[in-house]
Design a protein around this ligand. Structure first.
Ligand code: SF4
Ligand code: SF4
Length: 176
């Protein structure tokens, strides 16, 4: 599951754009919007709606999406895979667009690149942070009584697996 999430989050290389259009069947989408109604990313990113992405691919605007930052907003929660009554899987369409974007040499948005660097460096998308208490004091996880963030037991092995799912293609692009 971990590898699937990392692979999906970064690059699920088995999904080519051609496969997305031919096999993932966006043409079967009837715009019910169930995918967008539950989408985790749509709740926080104004212009991100998976049903719109599927509609644009269906209408032949894949190139515009490939050159847009919007495809990098998906948080890989996979809810749209469960919700879609037509088994279109907007998630896989988005991953195919990302793959094509990288294949064309486009660099993802900075925030995404930073998260990717952090995964390679510490195994998480970001280091644990201090948060502000109601008394405006910075408190750590430990001070809140929370356990330490789990890390991969064998970090080298973890990195090898991350590279196995195609992460190095991003690594080349960002020259980590
Ligand atoms: S849930 Fe499926 S059919 Fe409905 S809008 Fe989304 S992709 Fe289209
Ligand atoms: S996996 Fe689907 S529901 Fe989840 S953030 Fe991505 S597009 Fe939205």
């Amino acid at each position: 599951m971990l590898f699937y999430l990392i692979g999906g989050w970064i690059f699920t290389f088995k999904f080519s754009l051609e496969d997305a259009v031919k096999e993932l069947r966006p043409q079967l989408c009837y715009q019910c919007m169930k995918c967008s109604s539950g989408c985790t990313a749509a709740k926080v990113v104004n212009n991100y709606r998976p049903h719109e992405i599927v509609a644009l691919v269906k209408a032949g605007y894949s190139d515009e999406l490939i050159n847009s930052d919007v495809i990098w907003a998906c948080s890989v929660c996979l809810k749209c895979v469960e919700y879609c009554p037509q088994r279109v899987s907007p998630f896989e369409v988005v991953m195919a667009l990302r793959n094509e974007s990288i294949a064309r040499g486009r660099v993802p948005p900075k925030s995404f690149v930073e998260m990717a660097k952090s995964v390679l460096k510490v195994g998480h998308i970001q280091e644990p942070m201090y948060i502000m208490s109601k008394d405006f004091e910075e408190v750590s996880r430990m001070e809140l009584g929370l356990p330490e963030m789990p890390k991969p037991k064998d970090f080298e092995k973890f990195k090898q697996h991350v590279l196995l799912v195609g992460f190095e293609k991003l690594k080349e692009v960002i020259r980590v």
